[in-house]
Design a protein around this ligand. Structure first.
Ligand code: ADP
Ligand code: ASP
Ligand code: MG
Length: 414
């Protein structure tokens, strides 16, 4: 492999540009200018791009106008077109600056996935073609968010999946640097669009970033952070609109525990499903969650209440899922209604999951009490609670989500 260290090139850099960073022709030209600057220094550049902002959402809307629950294979075929548009446009923008550039789809870049359409996992990457093109002096532009099964079917990697493409490619290519360019200056203590007092972090540990990302901070796709942690890919989240230094995401260091709470996140894309009067017997929960798991539905929080009343013991079982999975969930739970014999299923889409995250929580006490007191003062009712060593999450009414987020951020971080 002729990578940066073995040849005269200064560095091999993977740069990922998200939807808003390639949102119009002007922005794409700006991306090309930034790439050209690095190229002028002699660096080898692999560019990963998302679909232009709004494109993926529009494609999903279009599909739903044809049928409410399209097959996931055809969804992938459709959604992959978004990124295919931007790779070609980005290559053209580089050509117009007289740079050699070649665009590749995920499969051309050697990204092989399993066959779980719309949420596929990368199995391996064979970047032969990427290396060959880099060695021939090209900027290589790879379509984010997509791959191909070993049987040749196009897959996608879950929403926000271009982050994963970039990090997985950085690992496979042993890149010297992985930069995630987006529309904010880095990772903040909370979404700066919701919390005006949010501060940019200079660095954050993989574990904290992973929790924040999986709990609603969409600045990074959570699976991509998991991948980075597993393969030790250090990356920087930074703005495509300026040259400010961003946030470095890396392994935890000693002094990180001095900070109790690193950040606050709010997930508005969850729904709560309650199965009322589920027979309280061994094996029932296993049957329910196995069926959901088999349908690739990610269940997050689970709460079981013992219901009162005469007759056979029964419980109410509530769990949260991603909102887009609600229709599929309904189908699955309708499917086992007769067999399991719960009374009814209630779906609540008006929920938000508010979380605080920080590795310092391990060594500091009283954090939950402070969070709950803050919510009480705001008149926010807590519907569900879940904790881990480094996070506390609560399910609350969606309409009070932003107010609660601001209050909790002020209590811990301002
Ligand atoms: P891209 O299209 O570049 O992938 P995303 O829209 O997926 O960008 O993610 C960037 C957005 O993430 C920001 O515009 C911001 O509103 C949101 N965001 C949520 N939480 C955070 C946070 N803690 N720090 C920074 N941005 C955040
Ligand atoms: N275009 C895809 C999405 O909107 C992937 C990405 O942007 O990372 O989810
Ligand atoms: Mg994103």
């Amino acid at each position: 492999m002729a990578n940066a260290r073995q040849s005269n090139f200064m560095a091999l850099i993977v740069q990922k540009y998200g939807g808003s960073s390639v949102g119009n022709p002007e922005r794409i030209k700006n991306v090309a200018k930034r790439v050209a600057k690095y190229r002028a220094k002699g660096d080898q550049i692999v560019v990963v791009v998302s679909a232009m902002s709004g494109v993926t959402d529009n494609l999903i809307k279009l599909a739903k106008e044809i049928m409410p629950l399209p097959t996931e294979r055809e969804m992938d075929m459709l959604l992959a077109t978004g990124e295919q548009t931007t790779i070609a446009l980005t290559a053209m923008a580089l050509h117009s600056l007289d740079l050699k550039a070649v665009s590749l789809t995920g499969s051309q870049a050697g990204i092989v996935t399993d066959d779980v359409h719309t949420k596929a996992k990368i199995q391996h990457i064979a970047p032969k073609q990427v290396h060959a093109l880099l060695d021939a002096g090209n900027v290589v532009i790879v379509a984010g968010f997509q791959g191909q099964t070993s049987a040749g079917h196009i897959t996608t990697l879950g929403r926000g999946g271009s982050d994963l493409t970039a990090i997985a490619l950085a690992a496979a290519l042993k890149a010297d640097l992985c930069q995630i360019y987006t529309d904010v200056d880095g990772v903040y203590t909370a979404d700066p669009r919701i919390v005006p007092g949010a501060r940019k972090l200079d660095e954050i540990s993989y574990d904290e970033m992973l929790e924040l990302a999986s709990l609603g901070a969409k600045v990074m796709q959570s699976r991509s952070v998991e991948f980075a942690k597993n393969f030790g890919v250090i990356f920087e989240v930074r703005s495509s609109l300026n040259d400010n230094p961003g946030t470095i995401v890396k392994e935890e260091t000693k002094n990180m525990e001095d900070v109790v709470i690193r950040g606050v996140s709010l997930d508005k894309h969850q729904a709560k499903v309650t199965l009322v009067a589920v027979p309280d017997q061994p094996g029932v929960a296993a049957r329910i969650f196995k069926a959901l798991g088999d349908a690739s539905i990610n269940v997050d929080m689970i709460v079981q209440n013992i219901s009162h009343g005469a007759g056979k013991p029964a419980t109410d079982l509530s769990f949260t899922i991603d909102k887009p999975d609600l229709l599929k969930t309904r189908k699955v739970i309708d499917g086992f209604k007769a067999e399991i014999g719960y009374r009814e299923a209630i779906a609540d889409e008006n929920i938000g999951k508010l979380s605080i995250v920080g590795v310092g929580m391990r060594s500091h006490s009283g954090v939950a009490a402070k969070m709950f007191e803050t919510l009480a003062r705001e008149g926010v009712n807590i519907e569900m609670i879940s904790t881990s060593e480094i996070k506390i999450s609560v399910v609350i009414e969606l309409t009070k989500g932003e107010q609660a987020m601001k209050a909790v951020h002020a209590a811990f971080l301002e």
